[in-house]
Write a protein that binds this ligand. Structure first.
Ligand code: SF4
Length: 353
């Protein structure tokens, strides 16, 4: 999948032609590919000149994933990829908190985020000041933050988690009092899972939601099941508890792809952002997706033109800068996660999505 050299319109079209996700922005003709190729090839040229790599989240537009990405995945995988590369500049085609996570782990590299609207309703639902206040209110609780948080919030917490390792990490915590933030649905799902595992923990949680995943409800699942009896329902833990309860598989972005790669079923309903459905259609054209998906406007504010402009002359807003004391405190919560996950049988870790 990574695109190492210049590309022709025909080659791009071969990668994109199977994608038919709802909106017309995600449908490709040879003519459209011919229009995209000059920008893609200019990005490839500049990337070499600037010693940059392009890391792309699965939720961004398919022409970016299949046109210019050196690495594709969720933010955890991408941050790990970023640590392994020798390039001095990382163009993080995703949203702000993901660029920050990459910078926490790669302080000596320049991290650039080209999105014009790099927000996230989850990460933006809570501030460092909120966490400081909560810690005064609940001094005995261990503060667990989902990776979808700002660097300032991570700096105030004890341990960071991803959607792939949250259950195992919370299960291992010494404290039986846990404050989980910022996602209320993941908080509810966490509470239910701990009860199922007979782990006695008092779990409080913040009120944030992902506006993409909160859209889904169990009624859509029942409708699709009545039309396609063999369908497998695949959802993200940012969905509500009823959706999670009625799903065949629940996991983060990379785990979902992994499940679908291996599943024998012919029909799938994916309750997540459209970008992942597009990846599936391109990489597994024999699997049929039913139902509809939802776009994240923040992820979709990344464009090829934006990447090109960022490579040429990044603005100060596109450069990720973190004060060193804050970075070191945020790093502690990420290091705590890495320490806990040493003891977890390795499944692919996944985030945000
Ligand atoms: S999909 Fe949801 S969690 Fe992911 S960036 Fe968009 S708003 Fe945030």
């Amino acid at each position: 999948m990574p695109n190492k050299s210049l590309i022709t319109a025909e080659e791009l079209y071969t990668r994109l032609k199977n994608i038919k996700v709802g909106a017309s922005v995600c449908q490709y003709s040879l003519k459209k590919c011919a229009e995209l190729v000059p920008v893609i090839n200019e990005i490839q040229r500049l990337k070499k000149e600037k010693d940059a790599v392009i890391l792309v989240h699965s939720y961004v537009s398919p022409e970016i994933v299949y046109g210019v990405a050196d690495f594709v995945g969720d933010s955890y995988k991408l941050s790990r990829d970023a640590m392994a590369t020798k390039a001095k500049t990382l163009v993080f085609v995703a949203v702000r908190f993901m660029g920050e996570t990459a910078k926490i782990l790669n302080p000596d590299k320049e991290v650039l985020v080209p999105a014009t609207d790099p927000g996230c309703t989850l990460a933006d639902s809570i501030t460092a000041e909120d966490v400081r206040r909560l810690r005064t209110e609940f001094p005995e609780h261990t503060f667990v933050c989902y990776v979808n948080t700002s660097v300032d919030v991570k700096a105030e917490c004890d341990v960071c988690v991803t959607s792939a390792n949250v259950y195992q990490i919370v299960e291992q915590l010494k404290s039986n009092k846990v404050y989980f933030l910022p996602d209320k649905f993941m908080g509810e799902n966490l509470m239910n899972e701990m009860k199922k595992r007979k782990v006695a923990k008092e779990i409080l949680f913040w009120k944030g939601t992902c506006y993409v995943h909160e859209e889904y409800d169990a009624a859509a699942i029942f409708k699709v099941r009545s039309e396609y009896p063999d369908v497998k329902i695949v959802s993200h833990p940012e969905c509500n508890a009823e959706v999670v309860r009625n799903s065949d598989f629940v996991g983060g972005t990379e785990q979902m792809l992994d499940y679908m790669r291996k599943a024998k079923a012919s029909h799938f309903l994916m309750l997540t952002e459209c970008g992942l459905s597009a990846r599936l259609q391109s990489e597994f054209p024999d699997k049929n997706l039913v139902g509809s998906c939802t776009l994240c406007k923040y992820m979709k504010s990344n464009t090829l033109e934006g990447i090109l402009q960022t490579l040429k002359a990044p603005t100060s807003l596109q450069r990720v800068h973190i004060e060193e004391p804050v970075r070191l405190r945020a790093l502690k919560s990420l290091d705590a996660m890495f320490e806990y996950t040493k003891h977890i049988p390795v499944k692919k870790s996944a985030v945000c999505e």
